[in-house]
Ligand binder design. Sequence first.
Ligand code: G3P
Ligand code: MG
Length: 246
Amino acid sequence: MTIQSPLIIAHRGAAGEAPENTLAAFQLAVEQGCHAIELDVHLSKDGEVIVCHDATVNRTTDGIGTIHDMTVEQLKTLDAGRWFDEKYEGERLPLLSEVFDLVPRHIMINVEIKGSYNRQLEPALIRLMQEYNRVDTVVISSFDHKSLLFAKLIEPMAKIGLLYDVNAVRHAALADLLGTNVYSLHPNFKRIDKAEVQDAISQGLQVYPYTLNDEKRMKQAIEYGVSGIITDFPARLRALLASPQA
Ligand code: G3P
Ligand code: MG
């Protein structure tokens, strides 16, 4: 089996060096040469797809509140950069549409559904992917596998990826559970071994483990033959992949 160089997937953008899930973090990741960007989404009170990891704005902005209870107008008043470093003051919580506008189309976007809120988010997400001609360059992932099935039902061409954090399963068997339409597996790297990775890849699945930030684990994942590595430090992974021993 030929081992391909893994995709560099920037976790929440270049989240190790810029405020996570902001346009600044995505821009930096693109400049650092990532192949893909992972980000997390919630739905606002007025039905817009908002990029943020947590269900509340409390940790990553200067505000307090739950995203699903706030309108875009309210969310856009918040500062989403200063908590990380004052040089990022003025960053805002992005709409997914703003990320689609910013990130070149050849860069894959892994949209992780966090809060689907009674299945209201999936139709809004698919609508945006269609409107922005991103159906083929987005992979939708979630720990909520029913959410993925629903997205696939709305848009059969959508690529879906199973996120999971469990031990002692045959990982490719998880994809079997959902049928043959699963594009990728997104396991916690701590839970997998080389045989599992090779098994999944031989069944035609992409394997994108999260979240690998140190060189030792990145090298281990490369040796396993993973299809992509989700990292907060895309530049670090890029340098490693360019080094002769990688
Ligand atoms: O998508 C991989 C990873 O982001 C899953 O965990 O909590 O960082 O969203 P979390
Ligand atoms: Mg995530």
